[in-house]
Design a protein around this ligand. Sequence first.
Ligand code: UGA
Length: 421
Amino acid sequence: MRISVLGCGYVGAVTGVCFAELGHEVFFVDVDPAKVEAINSAISPIFEPGLDKLLAKNNAVISATTDIHQAIQETEITFVCVGTPSNSNGSIDLTYVQSACQNIGQVLKQKDEMHIVVVKSTVLPGTTEGMVRQSLEEASGKVAHVDFGLASNPEFLREGSALADFISPDRIIIGTADDYAHQTLGELYSSFDCPKLCTTIPVAEMIKYVSNAFLATKISFANEIGNICKKMGIDTAEVFTGVGMDHRINPAFFQSGIGFGGSCFPKDVRALIAKAEELDVDARILKDVSRVNEDQPLKMLDLLERHVPDLENKKIGLLGLAFKPNTDDVRDSRATPLVKELLRKGATVLAYDPMAMGNFKRLYPQIEYAPSADSVLEADAILIATEWEDFENLNYQNKIVIDGRRIKKAREGSTYEGVCW
Ligand code: UGA
């Protein structure tokens, strides 16, 4: 099939390149000429292991442009993969989705052949049949589900393992209200050997939010139990190994630590809380999931102050700035509240991350960045905020170490405290 992908960020880049790998012809569209140029030079516009290689391999069937007109005219399906960031009140900002749909609609007005618009961006239930449909219909003068297909097809890609998640997904969710989109998307995904759920558009949209909210809930639950276990001298990891053996529960996403960051969980939980409020529903569990997550990194500083009571003018080493290992992404990283609070208390921060220092420097140019993980160990005490494999190879002897991510080797520190263990 001929597919256009709007937005060359994380979701768009992975989706488009993987569809090309499956034998489809892919046209990327982005307003940022730098991203377009990168793709046309077979360079991935984002960091994701394996993506550069796959992009180069499928170069012949991939092209990128800033010209949406050409991309829509020449394809049968458009995947909307633009960002949906948070507004200051936690609700989602749909500006990019709306402008993408207005632009698509203008081209559909002039297009004679049938076309399908598929929303992959994470949007709250009601958005596709509401704002998206309205923008497309107003700009095109056509009717959704009659003159063009419309569907929701949420993504479940994890940064760092997005290619494998795309190629071998746990499930594929397709929400639509027209046979044409239903049939065409069914064909597009026919080679995937996994459960597929064809449902309504609002259900598909909600599945995405509920999946992320539930995983976030598991993590905050594991952290709350971890906090209790620490006080009782019980190993929380072993507890969750045992709990996870129940097939009704499953062991994934039970690693206690300093909580979840990234571009998805914090934002999606906030958006669902904001939506609930709008509907006059008190989302108590979700609010507590967020609250536990906000408090969790600060527990490291309580532990630190037990061993270094006055942080003023102390040099605190920070190992890990990315929101998880194997990414350079620092969005909502748990290192951020740590740095903020350390600076407020008058400490100086010496930080290191194998990949994310460039991105973190943009947020915090005023802290010191170490040339290697080793050199962070010279600080008065060390905090570990991301479980990079490299951190298992350091010599922590004679150091004060507060560990937020359970690095085995760090237990060799003369003083060692785990946040939940
Ligand atoms: C998450 C979901 O896992 C994907 O399924 C989803 O598609 C994606 O969001 C999205 O909505 O686009 P991602 O943000 O890449 O993917 O990262 P995860 O691997 O899920 O980790 C999120 C955060 O939770 C990290 O900060 C990680 O350190 C933390 N985490 C994860 C824990 O603290 N404990 C755990 O047991 C697992």
